[in-house]
Design a protein around this ligand. Structure first.
Ligand code: ATP
Ligand code: MG
Length: 210
């Protein structure tokens, strides 16, 4: 008996939710020293890539909990004279707005303890200038498909983004799954995934380690 699209959708969401829980519990078991050390290796790998070196305008997110630590990357971007943007969530519309951020003092924690730009103190991003977007995620497959936190913020945002903008994800190796997980019509893949162990080029040859 065939499932209706609605039943399929429910099944997909259930499977994604189980994967979120599994990977989140693995992340929680990562000792603080390991988290720091593996995050530093991921940062070095990204900074060695031409996509980072050539991008003057980079949008990131502020990591929380056991996500790959993006704080040193934000600082490195500032040190290198890049323009750095961070997102603010709108929970009503589930849309992201990026703002130029020059210091951590421009941030405040509003939702789920995630430091976000204070709109009154920051300038909104002109998306035409954006060259590289660092995309968060809980789990990934090797073709760049991702499972986020389940609200569709990044799926919505990526759907509007020019393909000329490089979409890069940072993940610990255990966040990259070798078995398939549901892909829904609205899911948007990234171009490349960087882990502490490897660079996964989801676009077939566009990215390489120099
Ligand atoms: N472009 C879109 N327009 C409208 N709704 C969307 C769009 N993309 C995704 N959604 C909705 O977002 C919801 C969550 O999607 P999904 O479970 O794939 O989240 P996710 O990928 O984990 O989240 P995120 O993108 O925030 O990391 C779904 O109910 C989906 O219908
Ligand atoms: Mg999705």
């Amino acid at each position: 008996m065939a499932y209706t699209p609605e039943e399929n959708g429910k099944q997909n969401q259930y499977t994604k939710q189980r994967i979120r829980q599994q990977i989140t519990s693995l992340k929680k078991r990562l000792p603080a020293e390991e988290w720091k050390e593996r995050s530093a290796r991921i940062k070095e790998r990204l900074c060695g890539l031409s996509v980072w070196q050539k991008s003057r305008h980079v949008a990131l997110y502020h990591s929380v909990n056991q996500e790959v630590n993006t704080v040193p990357l934000i600082e490195e971007g500032w040190r290198q004279g890049k323009t750095i943007y961070l997102p603010k969530c709108n929970p009503q519309t589930r849309q992201l707005t990026f703002y130029k951020v020059d210091t951590f003092d421009d941030l405040e924690a509003v939702y789920f303890g995630i430091p976000e730009p204070v709109p009154e103190r920051c300038t909104p991003m002109d998306v035409d200038r954006l060259q590289c977007l660092i995309v968060p995620g809980v789990a990934f497959d090797r073709e760049g498909y991702r499972i986020g936190y389940g609200a569709g913020y990044y799926d919505r945002y990526l759907a509007t983004l020019s393909p000329a903008v490089a979409k890069v994800s940072l993940a610990f190796q255990f966040q990259v799954l070798n078995h398939p997980f549901p892909r829904e019509p609205f899911d948007q893949p990234v171009d490349v995934i960087i882990t502490e162990g490897e660079l996964i080029d989801c676009q077939g040859g566009a990215y390489h380690v120099p």
